[in-house]
Design a protein around this ligand. Structure first.
Ligand code: BTN
Length: 266
């Protein structure tokens, strides 16, 4: 059983005490978090569930949530413009990547916008959603799903070739509590430093150095347009800049990326 008190102890290095709420089963931790945010929950509140019956991914896709995976959402009430959602998503990707590496010792990469890859396969995903409201009940929820102590056979056959799990890659079970605490500490500290500096530059640089997308030939589909080219950069809003074969720079703020080949020096 998940030990919320152990997480609270690990979070003691933070300057405030986030509430850690564990639920055995919810439809989606993001839905629970949005409800709690509207009811006035504090910055940093963490919701962790053992099971999600309606886990959601980007574009309203199903996020399969078998037992022993990690499903959590962090409520943020950052002193930042709501237009920062894209950059905040990249920030969350950096925090989760760092936490995974520090709990299991295996390197991970980030695929734009914030899929976490281990051995080029997806091991974690992040769903960031803004809740528009006033100071008390507006903010952002950062939903994090990590294929932690699951086996590839726990997922539907059609997904298996696109994903991996920490257990599969390392052969070791890792602690839910430690991974939650490290991800939250990394998330909240990065948010604090962006608030203090007023800039995402440091986080965007970190994302660039962890990226498996930059310098790679990609296809990006946003539901309407399909753009093919070389991923050149990400800007301060977290948008991806792609250079097409005609030399035009296209800016994409949402979309699904397919990597066409491994990074090169072009
Ligand atoms: C993606 O890669 O499509 C994002 C997946 C995000 C999944 C997590 S699991 C915890 C939280 N609750 C949800 O319903 N979704 C996010």
């Amino acid at each position: 059983m998940f030990d919320s008190k152990a997480v609270e102890r690990l979070l003691e290095e933070l300057p405030f005490k986030p509430a850690v709420i564990f639920k055995k089963r919810v439809d989606s931790t993001n839905a629970t978090a949005k409800q709690m945010l509207q009811e006035g929950a504090d910055h940093g509140t963490i919701i962790v569930a053992a099971e999600q019956t309606k886990g959601r991914g980007r574009y309203d896709r199903i996020w399969y949530s078998p037992p022993k995976g990690l499903y959590m959402t962090v409520i943020l009430k950052p002193h930042l413009d709501f237009r920062s959602l894209g950059a905040l998503s990249l920030l969350a990707g950096c925090a989760v990547a760092d936490a995974i590496e520090n709990t299991c010792g295996t390197p991970v990469k980030l695929k734009w916008p914030n899929d976490v890859l281990m051995d080029n396969q997806k091991v974690a995903g992040i769903l960031s959603e803004a809740v528009i409201g006033d100071v008390e009940n507006g903010g952002v929820v950062i939903g994090i799903g990590i294929n932690q102590n699951t086996e590839i056979s726990d997922y539907p056959p059609e997904l298996r070739e696109h994903l991996t799990t920490i257990l599969t890659e390392t052969g070791q079970e890792t602690s839910n509590e430690e991974l939650v605490a490290l991800a939250v500490i990394g998330l909240l500290k990065r948010v604090e430093s962006v608030e203090a500096s007023g800039s995402f530059e440091g986080v965007i640089d970190e994302w660039r150095s962890r990226s498996s997308t930059l310098k790679t030939r990609v296809i990006v589909e946003d539901g309407v347009n399909v753009i093919e080219g070389v991923a050149k950069n990400v800007d301060q809003e977290g948008s991806l800049i792609i250079e097409t074969s005609s030399g035009i720079l296209e800016k994409v703020s949402i979309g699904d990326v397919t990597h066409l080949r491994l990074p090169s020096d072009e």
